[in-house]
Design a protein around this ligand. Sequence first.
Ligand code: F6P
Length: 364
Amino acid sequence: MMSKKIAISTGGGDAPGLNAVIRAVTLTAIREYGWEVIGLRNGFDGVLAKEPGIPLNEQLTEDILREGGTILGAANRGNPFKRPITQPDGSVIYEDVSDQVIDHLKTMGVDALIMVGGDGTMAIAQQLYTKGVRLVGVPKTIDNDLGGTDRTFGFDTALNIAMDALDRLHTTAESHHRVMVLEVMGRNSGWIALQAGVAGGADIILIPEIPFDIDIVCEKVRMIRRSGRLHSLVVVAEGAAEHDGSKYYVDAAQKRLGGIGDHVGKLIMEKTEAETRVTVLGHIQRGGSPTVYDRWLGTRFGANVLRLIKEEKWGYMIGLRGEDITEVKIADAIAALKRVDPASEPIHTARNMGISFGAAEDKS
Ligand code: F6P
């Protein structure tokens, strides 16, 4: 078998399970294919700095399975087609430096590139692919909203952390007869809020896919109190919005979401007079050790993406359909985000559990 030099990069925000992918790629490349693997540092930042990359071997990767984050580092704003360059006067211009990335990969003698990331990274992968880069993708995001795969790794860990937070908030909610609001991640999709919310016994779940009405939310809180239970749990995805669609940002210029939890908590307190507290879970959801599922999925994705390289399926991404590993064109995976269908069974089931989405379709 011809020896190959494979490069792997981890782009976008980190997610628990990235190291499982890096380990599986390295071990499978060496043991099954006899290929060499190098890790690119910080997305493409290392490539642009003309770094040689980190030679990955069994020794370097054997103990990383249980570690969160990525040993290669990540870069959230590392799009080589739109690289921010700060000018001497402080203003920022954007440059296309993709040719520099391609040239340095050639100089390094890279035969194939594995890009691990979410929708942003896969969009970059598609652009590089159309410029002739021989690459394949591995889907990652705690939000679970990338198309072309039923699951992304990182999601299960985030779910368990959010559910644990709800269990803990429940204690104070009950003792102090309070409304506890938990803001979770979920930029465009409510998968974390929905699944952790149902599993954590939330009364109200607000997600980007279902615009909410604060009066319906408050009426639900009042109704629970009238029934004799003085506490309630509310889960809000960071990207949830009322009917006017306005989102809350901690940094609008950088499009960093945050603040919807405080907004909802303040209105509940004002309108219902129930004592309300807000917790923003933030990056805790992305941190720490990956769950069994994310280590398992990351390992399977990492091991199987090498087959795409062997078969020269450039521009393809590995994915999961049901329990099976599949492959999909990256172009198809990024065509549309995978979002919660408001008319789907999980929403129907949640409504039958008495959960309100702050919408007219809720059951009382
Ligand atoms: O896409 C994953 C995600 O965790 C989103 O839910 C969130 O909006 C975003 O990343 C946060 O990114 P950053 O780490 O740059 O604040």
